[in-house]
Design a protein around this ligand. Sequence first.
Ligand code: NAP
Length: 291
Amino acid sequence: MKTSPRLSLNNGVLIDQLGFGLYKVPSADAAGLVTMALEAGYRHFDTASMYGNETGVGKAIGALSGFAGSGAGGGSGEASPSLSREDLFVTTKVWNDDHGYDATMRAFDTSMSNLGMEYVDMYLIHWPCAGRGLFTESYRAMETLYREGRIRAIGVSNFQPAHLERLLESAEVVPAMNQIELHPWLQQDELRRLHDRLGIRTEAWSPLGRGQVLEDPVVLELAAAHRRTAAQIILRWHLQLGNVVIPKASSYARIRENLNVFGFTLDAADMAALAGLERGHRTGSHPDNVN
Ligand SMILES: NC(=O)c1ccc[n+]([C@@H]2O[C@H](COP(=O)([O-])OP(=O)(O)OC[C@H]3O[C@@H](n4cnc5c(N)ncnc54)[C@H](OP(=O)(O)O)[C@@H]3O)[C@@H](O)[C@H]2O)c1
């Protein structure tokens, strides 16, 4: 199967546009799913300290023969033998309780120890938690780690325009990414335009609306017309908009299906039909309500 195209972040680091998300995957299952996803052709993985599965993710990646830490993590030994750590893109995130300079430094060390890695490709502030007033301090810690070469790209998640504005008043490194809830029922046009102006990539979390948007009649109609599945139509829409996208799935069939989206194109009328589905529907929390 064809693997994902790569996009350049604002510091030149490349990222697979289509990756694999691991929210709500128990750590015991994470190694098996990551191994399956590697076999299917995924090279980009999205975890977070809050997901509690960094250890499982690191175990599958540590099992790759070219991985410097191979053996230490006691991997399953089933992952593709021709891959090494450098072929992969791994994102993790600092959780809300670890905001602040020192706390973020400690949280990063814990994540690296869980992952069994020397560096991470991207580190994100999971939520701005504006009420705590500490995200600029967390970001300062991330800039230090970035300069030390322990993180290849730094960014944020769930940042609203006002949070980005506040961050950019003190940041020395423009965030490479803002990972936000984004799917056909919540299209985030304002943030996407702002990201484009600032050189920040948009990454869509819950790109399938946690499965809810798969039932939308317009999506189903397009799926029938293209002889594709609803998930493939939605993921193709994301790719054509330029979003980085990280669907989560629990079976090998779905993992493969979600990656098999490079052999067809949605035309302008299809894209317009999907643009018409905006309804301001959130499947997760509004960032202003998370503190
Ligand atoms: N930064 C943040 O605050 C934040 C918040 C939420 C999520 N995320 C990230 O975004 C990733 C994706 O979001 P998500 O997991 O919430 O939701 P999602 O990827 O939009 O949807 C996942 C749901 O869709 C189902 N599904 C996947 N592929 C399918 C297919 N081909 N056919 C039918 N059903 C399919 C899955 O079922 P099965 O699992 O049963 O296969 C699961 O129930 C997360 O895993 C996480 O990495 C980040």
